[in-house]
Design a protein around this ligand. Sequence first.
Ligand code: ADP
Ligand code: ZN
Length: 512
Amino acid sequence: MKKSLNNIILFLSIFINLLLIYLLVTELHPSISNFNVPFLIALFFGSFTIYILFKSKFTELMPVRYNSFSDTGEELLKKKGNITFKDVAGLDEVIEELKVIIDFMTNTEKYNKMGAKIPKGILFYGPPGTGKTLLASALAGETNSTFISASGSEFVEKYVGVGASRIRALFAKAKKYAPSIIFIDEIDAVGTKRNTDNNSEKDQTLNQLLVEMDGFNSNEGIIVIGATNRIDMLDEALLRPGRFDRTIHIGPPNLKGRLEILKVHTRNKPLDESVSLMDLARKTHGMTGAHLATMCNEAAILAVMRNKSKIGKEEFEEALERVIAGLKKKNPSVLEKERTIAAYHEAGHALIGKILNVNIIEKISIVPRGEALGYVLNFPKDDSFLLTKTELKNKITMLLGGRASEEIIFNEISTGAENDLKEATKIAYQMVCNYGMSELGNRVFDLHFVKSTELIDQEVDKIINSCYSFAKKLLLEHKTKVIAIAEKLLEKETITKEELEEIFEEKTSLCV
Ligand code: ADP
Ligand code: ZN
């Protein structure tokens, strides 16, 4: 509505301007006066052409009025106070750190009198889905402030000055609705280290952000919260005192944290006695709050679809598999040949996982889910975040076990190992570049700044190749077990932890 009114005003002003210019010209040169209907029509179309040109060319350069920051006050106010710290679980220490901010925001006078300055910027860093956005909006809820959220990518434009003007608009809005919390997700999109020439669009945007952060007085009741999972990429200028000078790490939850998060997300859901949240927390090592929230919701949906009055253990287990491996295919059109390949592929993963004691194998399946023809559902033995070099290599070996098994059994390899290879390569790079676990020494490499990656690639190859050889060696040694697992899979589609145990016991007693 507002937008079309703007357009009409724009058009009319072009039209009137042209008319005025014409009248001025005829005033000076009365000889060329020919004011009539065809002339008015020509003038109309002339204005229209200019209007179209103007719209297409220039609105890109002044998008502030039309973009997402222009929502009205009422909309913003509605967002107030919905989410509080009660909705955030497993982040007690972080919340403790934020308490002082709440006091600043709610008792501003007290701090003003004492001449104390409120911190302006807080940086949350950590992997996606760990609750950074949630925490920022809960902070707004707790302090009864307006929550204004934006994503760094919204400020990245190809026209110079656009990003900067959006930043300006964002802060103007925050001032208007103060007290407010500005949340900038993916701040690395604007805040990466600047180039040497200071003129690129990105640099201007970042400079504007710095200017705004320096410009407002923190006692105006504005706090800026940035979120990123790549703090190493940020320009140091952003982290200086008076800007984002408080950095808070938000990592994936531990066992207790996962239990708390599960409690929050089952708060309003009827559970039957079979459900043990502690058991679920154990099986969800490495998952973030976002995964857990999705899992709880999936379980509830399943219970509805199954006409149950309460959510049971089966729904949670199915939901867990969904979150990890994707949806079960309704009518899978899998060829027999593919089933066989999948069975040996998964048997390869499972055998190595079991022998190297990588994880607890809960289930092996060749029921297609998402894009996968099969999967091995497995959970870490304990909740440790510290991994040894051997454990990492074993993980890679298990990942490569699928492909190695295909090669040994069929003398041929398939595309089914794509994700395994991706994951294995990622771990190998981390070993070389982040953990100093290669012959290149106890040091780190930042791949963004390394000029030649040749040596790093060589080390990665060494790790991958030695793990692959090891996988093949193990599979050959235990070929009868691989075949037993695969055949059972082809027969029954899924193998449980206990059934896998049986296969191992049988064969070991045969071996002695
Ligand atoms: P991030 O901003 O770190 O990517 P979000 O805050 O967007 O993650 O999290 C997505 C969703 O996951 C939240 O809306 C919430 O439902 C759930 N979630 C994540 N972390 C937590 C947590 N610590 N406690 C409760 N729920 C959480
Ligand atoms: Zn695989």
